[in-house]
Design a protein around this ligand. Structure first.
Ligand code: URA
Length: 254
């Protein structure tokens, strides 16, 4: 016998969005059940017999084979499956694949680097949930030359308008003529966080590259590259939040 569940819960299980975000997608008229747009919240779906689409693309059904990919999101690409303003979006790449996967979190339009894609809702929710403190590492090109005092201040943590943030590591990688490359790792996932941090420190971000997300490294990927995660990487993702969780080894280049 099949069982129905609330549409927002179903979308959350598939890793498409949190329940609250799913309600927003529904209210925006982007979700359909069996070809009919639904805008009412609280609709029930039968995952076995109903065909649910987001932006006219069918969403997967739980219990289907799980897929995990790493994408090097290029700069000037939106982290959504479609874009009303018709800007390049990761949906252009995902639609070329024979499976429907969704981004885990997002990167700003002008940010680049590692974006994970999956149809594993549970893993996606875990990687995004603040409770699990999943580290993200960024290479950040900032304007000017941050002093040791500035870097130490950031290491101790700083207060932003929406709360206190403390990276788990900050390193100056290289001083250039007028700018500097910084490597920093931080677990929080607030909007525009890295840019806001450096703006507060009076060194605006010029370029932002995410190199690691939880246990996954970008390795030697180039903008636009997509690769399937290895078995070891998938196991590492599934272990997030468990006591034995650890990072996959760094390649010499990453
Ligand atoms: N911090 C930012 O400011 N932007 C991103 O895309 C990611 C982290």
């Amino acid at each position: 016998m099949s069982q129905t569940l609330r549409l927002n819960k179903y979308l959350a299980q598939l890793g498409i969005a949190s329940r609250r975000k799913a309600d927003e997608l529904i209210a925006q008229g982007r979700v359909s059940i069996n070809g009919k747009t639904v805008k009412a919240l609280g609709m029930q779906v039968d995952p076995l017999s109903d065909e649910v689409t987001l932006d006219d693309v069918p969403v997967g059904k739980p219990g289907k084979k799980k897929h995990y990919y790493a994408l090097y999101k290029p700069q000037n690409v939106v982290t959504t499956l479609s874009d009303p303003e018709k800007r390049p979006c990761i949906g252009d790449l995902v639609k070329l694949m024979d499976t429907h996967v969704f981004p885990i979190g997002r990167l700003d339009f002008d940010a680049e680097g590692l974006l994970l894609l999956t149809n594993d809702g549970e893993a996606s929710n875990k990687l995004m949930h603040p409770r699990y403190h999943v580290d993200k590492t960024y290479r950040v090109k900032v304007k000017g030359h941050p002093s040791k005092e500035t870097v130490d201040k950031l290491k101790r943590g700083i207060k932003l308008e929406d709360g206190f943030v403390k990276p788990s590591s900050v390193k100056v990688e290289k001083m250039l003529k007028e700018n500097a490359w910084i490597q920093m790792t931080i677990a929080e996932g607030k909007n525009h966080l890295v840019k806001r941090i450096w703006l507060r420190l009076k060194h605006p971000v010029i370029r932002l590259i995410r190199t690691d997300f939880g246990p996954i490294r970008i390795k030697d990927m180039k903008p636009g590259d997509m690769r399937k995660l290895s078995k070891v990487e998938i196991e590492a993702i599934q272990k997030v939040g468990k006591p034995s969780a650890k990072k996959t080894p760094r390649s010499p280049k990453s």
